[in-house]
Each structure stands twice: as structure tokens, then as C-alpha cells.
Ligand binder design. Structure first.
Ligand code: CDV
Length: 326
């Protein structure tokens, strides 16, 4: 029996700092209704989709920081989205800042959840690759303080959902081949990725013109090399003065983009995804059981970084990540 998942990339335009959860949830509901009208089973929303992208500010007051976090999911404002999901039979993937109390300790994660078509949470993922810096760096046009506000999650799992094997990753995770491969080794057939990516990269402004190209490059490579669908969804546009890329798209296991958004506002891009299209990649070129050579990959888990550049000079993490732009 064919396994089709009709998916919407539910791109958001900017969220203002003073926009309320209730206002944002109304926007998410409007996108979900559009997805439903187009026959979708699943809508994927961006990273930190309930608030503005607050890591762009250095905030010292923990009470103010915690206003961006959710203590429960669903909570009082998000409950409406779960109810609509159940009513329409449209599942969703939602990114948000999670405050969790575990074993008496408070943890803060950059999280996404997968909600089934009956409105129940079936999987939770906590962002592993937290980009940016942990201290205030006034030389930047804007901050990127994910390393300050969040702790990294434990890893990449997959869930049996929507008739297939589904995984999640968040924003910077999509740039790392390990993200896709760890899920590929668990048979993933669809990877859902929300992102907030500024056009301007303060430590490397020479990359700015390539930001959309890199966005596609990594997701297309991840899809092809692991024989999986990838759904990448932006929070786009000029948010509190920072221009963020759009480029939300749905990538087939062939590596081809089959649907994409064209604006930088609230918009959906839709594709009917045949999960069985993964099979020919997983059984031939990327048949891991037959072709992988783990004995040659030891360094990938033994070593965190390359200590030297090709010219023998040290790779300085301090200058790029914590100090002034060299
Ligand atoms: N939210 C992100 O993870 N953004 C990063 C930026 C900082 C480069 C990204 O990889 O898109």
C-alpha cells in the first residue's frame, strides 16, 4: 500500500517582540486551515515559532528571559492549536523554547514537538547544535546567544508516525551531516526542520550572499545521502530589524526540491510525499549495511574538532566565537 504524507511547510513571517502568544497561535491556526484545505496531513512550523527570536538580545534579567519559555505544552495559549489539529486531523511540528524541571533541576531547551493527527504529542526533540556565543559581544550588529539561554539536547531519535519513520532537527543542526546520518541509521524517512537564519553572519559576513544557497545545499545533501524527505521551514523576513532568510522547502530523497515558498511572510508550500521513494536510495547507493565502513570513521566520534588548519596554524575558536571579529 502506498504511503503518502501530504505535508505543508508552514513558513512564518516575522514575529514582533510585543506580539502575544495568542496572536501568534492565531497565525499558526490560519496556516493550518490553509494546509487542511489543500489536503495536508501534517504542517511543519519554524524554530521558536511562538515568539520573536529572543537570542538576538543580551538579556540579564532571568525573569524576562523566562517569559519567552513554555512551562507546559500544550499551555493555555497553545491549547487552541492542539484542538484545531484534532478537529481538522492535521498533525504538526512546532518549535518553541522549553523550560523543563527534571529531577528538581530547571533546564532550558530549544525544542520541537511532533503532534499526531489526533492532537497528541508523539515525539519531542531538543536542539543539539546550539550556534553563537554565551557572553555579550557588543561588536556584533545583533547577538546570537543560544549558547547562553539553552543547553544542548541529548541526541537525534526517530518516531513511528504518519505511516513512516519521522525525525526532527532544528536550524543549525541542518548544517551538520551527523544530524541526518544518525537518523538515517535509524531508518528515517522524513526529517522536519524549523529555522531562524539571519542573512547576515557577524563572524563571517563574506557568507551573507550565500545564505540561501547554503540552506538548500545542506538540506538537499542530507536528503539524498540518507534517502529521506526533508522539510525545512523558516521564520523569515525582517524581524526586529534583523533580516532572516526564507527559502522554506520540501526536498525529496533524490535531493530535488519539490515545493518551496516564494515570499518571506506567512505562507505554505505543499507536497504529497511518497515515503516509498526513500527505498531505492536506501537499498542501492546508500544501502548502509552493504556499503558503510564504520572502521574508517573512528575520528568522527573520538575527536570533537580539528586542532590545526591545513597551513599548520591553530583553529582559534576563541576569536571567532567569543571575542572580537578577527
Ligand atoms: N537559529 C540558528 O540556529 N541559526 C543559525 C545561524 C546563527 C547561523 C543557523 O545555522 O542558521
Amino acid at each position: 500500500m502506498a504511503r503518502f504524507v501530504n505535508v505543508a511547510a508552514g513558513q512564518l513571517g516575522p514575529i514582533a517582540r510585543n506580539e502575544t502568544r495568542t496572536e501568534v497561535v492565531a497565525r499558526l491556526q490560519a496556516l493550518m486551515r490553509r494546509a487542511h484545505a489543500m489536503g495536508c496531513h501534517l504542517i511543519v512550523y519554524p524554530e521558536l515559532a511562538l515568539t520573536t527570536f529572543f537570542p538576538r538580545w543580551y538579556i540579564e534579567d532571568q525573569v524576562e528571559i523566562d517569559r519567552y519559555f513554555e512551562r507546559e505544552m500544550p499551555g493555555p495559549e497553545t491549547r487552541l492549536l492542539f484542538e484545531l489539529s484534532k478537529q481538522l486531523g492535521v498533525g504538526f511540528c512546532l518549535g518553541y523554547a522549553e523550560l523543563a524541571v527534571e529531577d528538581g533541576r530547571t533546564h532550558r531547551y530549544n525544542t520541537s514537538i511532533l503532534v499526531d493527527r489526533d492532537g497528541t504529542i508523539v515525539a519531542r526533540y531538543r536542539k543539539v547544535h546550539l550556534p553563537g556565543h554565551a557572553e555579550h559581544e557588543p561588536w556584533r550588529r545583533f547577538q546570537h546567544l543560544e549558547k547562553r539561554y539553552f543547553e544542548p539536547g541529548p541526541g537525534f531519535g526517530v518516531a513511528n508516525a504518519f505511516g513512516g519513520v519521522v525525525g526532527m532537527a532544528i536550524c543549525n543542526d541542518r548544517r551538520w551531516p551527523e544530524t541526518y546520518r544518525v537518523m538515517g541509521l535509524q531508518g528515517v524517512e522524513m526529517v522536519l526542520i524549523g529555522y531562524n537564519t539571519p542573512v547576515h553572519n557577524p563572524p563571517a559576513p563574506e557568507h551573507d550572499d550565500l545564505s540561501l544557497f547554503h540552506n538548500q545545499l545542506v538540506m538537499q545533501a542530507g536528503a539524498y545521502q540518507n534517502g529521506t524527505w526533508v522539510v525545512g521551514v523558516a521564520k523569515a523576513g525582517i524581524e526586529e530589524g534583523v533580516d532572516q532568510i526564507g527559502g522554506s522547502c520540501i526536498v525529496a530523497p533524490s535531493g530535488e526540491i519539490v515545493a518551496s515558498c516564494t515570499t518571506k511572510g506567512d505562507e505554505i508550500a505543499v507536497a504529497s510525499c511518497d515515503l516509498d521513494l526513500c527505498n531505492s536510495y536506501k537499498r542501492t547507493t546508500f544501502n548502509f549495511d552493504v556499503h558503510r565502513q564504520p572502521h574508517a570513521y573512528d575520528l568522527i566520534v573520538e575527536r570533537k574538532g580539528s586542532s590545526l588548519m591545513a597551513d599548520g596554524s591553530p583553529v582559534s575558536t576563541t576569536t571567532i566565537n567569543q571575542g572580537a571579529r578577527p
